[in-house]
Design a protein around this ligand. Sequence first.
Ligand code: NAI
Ligand code: MG
Length: 355
Amino acid sequence: MKTHKVALIPGDGIGPEVIAEGIKVLDAVAAYDGGFSLEFTEFPWGCEHYLRTGEMMPADGIDTLSHFDAIFLGAVGYPGVPDHVSLRDLLLRIRHDFDEYVNVRPVRLLRGAPCPIKGVSQADVDMTFIRENSEGEYAGNGAWLYRGTSREVVIQDGVFSRYGTERVMRYAFELARSKHQSLTSISKGNALNYSMVFWDQIFDELSQEYADVETHSYLVDAASMLMVRDPARFQVVVASNLFGDILTDLGAAIAGGMGLAAGANLNPERVFPSMFEPVHGSAPDIAGRGIANPLATVWSASQLLDHLGHPQWGARLIDAIERLLVEAKTLTPDLGGTASTQRVGDAVVRLLAND
Ligand code: NAI
Ligand code: MG
């Protein structure tokens, strides 16, 4: 029997609460399937670990994780540890060192999910964001000169390589081709006269090569307006690290909220493990109360199952989430319900059993 080794990093705040339900659901899937098993190894890394040890993860953390088939992460970040430390030393480090250069974030309005835009049907909100995940505005390049003096200067550089830009766009073109969907590029070539002009140029070059794929290109400000006014225009979307991050929070808001937004950090060549996580953070405002919505984590578990070669289970998890939303009996407060995190996890398991 095939055993998949999955590293767990529950992290901080609501991270451990939602990951517990993700594990519950994944264990149920493996039991119902009977043809594969999942072996979980938990790592207590994150902000509490930082406060104890001065580091977000041990020095050999990346080496440790490299032996797993996938990583399942809750959220990191907590008051008392600067966000740029928690994000950069754990999450961005893993994405970077494992060359997880594709961040797949579905912005899809599931059956039964609330949409704040009037007159929008489920078919209108069905996007797949491909966010560049290894360089761009988050490359971490810059300087802080004359710190603390009146001459203080900061420089934050965006880094866009031909290699990095082309590979994420190729991934998006291939995906659009396989789904028979259009591909939209997000840009800001009018103001960012090096990085985004370069981005547009590479998108144009690849458009010639993928002549069968319908393409569009929007400036990021116009795109954020159009995503609300006319979301049906967007199918597969490719964006830089920063623009993709911002637009997918907007996407989460129109597709049911942060409690339903999932993301996969993929190393498509599978040289390194890929990482699956809900898009939301550690939500300190609701942590410890047992009311966090675990469905974003269940959706990430579905992406994890797709990646491990069990797409039929990936689809069945999405179907279970949809039935739960339509049934509307067992939902957390962010979706208008009164159920606890655990009860929602139990309900997903129950719906899987009734398939
Ligand atoms: P957040 O996503 O943690 O929370 C934003 C709002 O959405 C809060 O009102 C929260 O209660 C709500 N929310 C989020 N997830 C929810 C869920 N599953 N169910 C119900 N409600 C949910 O973002 P925020 O407040 O900006 O950041 C909090 C901390 O998380 C910070 O330290 C930040 O750096 C970190 N963060 C970590 C991320 C990660 O680990 N991938 C991503 C974003 C933020
Ligand atoms: Mg974000």
